[in-house]
Design a protein around this ligand. Structure first.
Ligand SMILES: NC(=O)c1ccc[n+]([C@@H]2O[C@H](COP(=O)([O-])OP(=O)(O)OC[C@H]3O[C@@H](n4cnc5c(N)ncnc54)[C@H](O)[C@@H]3O)[C@@H](O)[C@H]2O)c1
Length: 250
């Protein structure tokens, strides 16, 4: 029996990077997958790829920073699939390592509104359905949520906030049967880091800070997210699983 047979999962940021890898993995393991993203073209490509593999997927456009948009995402998912079992809060933006004095209000608001408020919106919209289904939430945090040096000021604040959301909401809803966990990835090859691929200073910094000595791949994070979302993690809640090549072990 497939691990996620009969389960419906919403993956925000499902059109690229970690979200795309999750969408493909959950679909392979039998889930009905909602690829939720602001960007339509890349997300549609993910859906078409899953459908070519024989999987079940649907694109729903969302701006996670807007409450009404996330509410609509959950409502449209219920219309399409009838229930919701797993919500993956993953859509995120980066601050380009901007230090405090270089962080404009615009950058601060964008990063906090997507990375933190967007995750809060996802939890608030999904929880009523997850209580009914006995489901769970997984959030993509970051090494930047566990210490300094993994991003700039706004990004780091947003990811520390994510870690707080995971722990607090896990405790708030454990007695209603909902688990809430997160992953904390290190440096990965995704759309978010494309711009640094040829930047020796950043690429070298990440490799040199990583005990395994290399960047990670989105599929290596997706497999950790799938574990946390699966019945194998039935006694795991409020946890942050580092998937960082050892970065935060130091
Ligand atoms: N790439 C890394 O090195 C790394 C490391 C640690 C954590 N993360 C986190 O992983 C998560 C996924 O990032 P990724 O690396 O796969 O990046 P990515 O840029 O490849 O994918 C992010 C996706 O989110 C979507 N998105 C952005 N704003 C949105 C919004 N307001 N509403 C809906 N969708 C929106 C984008 O369109 C994109 O498809 C993010 O939360 C990021 O902070 C990434």
């Amino acid at each position: 029996m497939s691990r996620f047979a009969d389960k419906t999962v919403i993956i925000t940021g499902g059109g690229s990077g970690i979200g795309k890898a999750c969408a493909e993995l959950f679909a392979r393991d039998g889930a009905k997958v909602v690829v939720a993203d602001l960007a339509e073209e890349s997300a549609m490509q993910v859906v078409e790829q899953i459908q070519r593999m024989g999987g079940d997927a649907l694109f729903l456009q969302v701006d996670t920073s807007l409450w009404h948009s996330v509410q609509q995402l959950v409502a449209d998912t219920l219309d399409a699939y009838g229930s919701l079992d797993i919500y993956i809060n993953n859509a995120g933006v980066f601050d380009g390592f901007a230090k405090c004095m270089d962080t404009t209000d615009k950058v601060w608001d964008q990063v906090i509104n997507v990375n933190l408020k967007g995750y809060f919106h996802g939890c608030r919209a999904a929880l009523p359905e997850l209580i009914k289904s006995g489901g769970n939430i997984v959030m993509t945090a970051s090494i930047a949520g566990l210490g300094a040096g993994g991003g700039g000021t706004a990004y780091t604040a947003s990811k520390f906030g994510t870690v707080g959301l995971i722990k607090q909401i896990a405790c708030e809803y454990a007695d209603q049967g909902v688990r809430v966990n997160g992953v904390a990835p290190g440096g990965l090859h995704t759309g978010m880091t494309d711009m640094y691929a040829d930047d020796e200073a950043v690429a070298g910094f990440i490799s040199s800070r990583t005990p395994l000595g290399r960047w990670g791949e989105p599929e290596e994070v997706a497999s950790a997210i799938a574990y946390l979302a699966s019945a194998d993690a039935g006694y795991v809640t409020g946890s942050i699983l580092s998937v960082d090549g050892g970065w935060r072990a130091q």
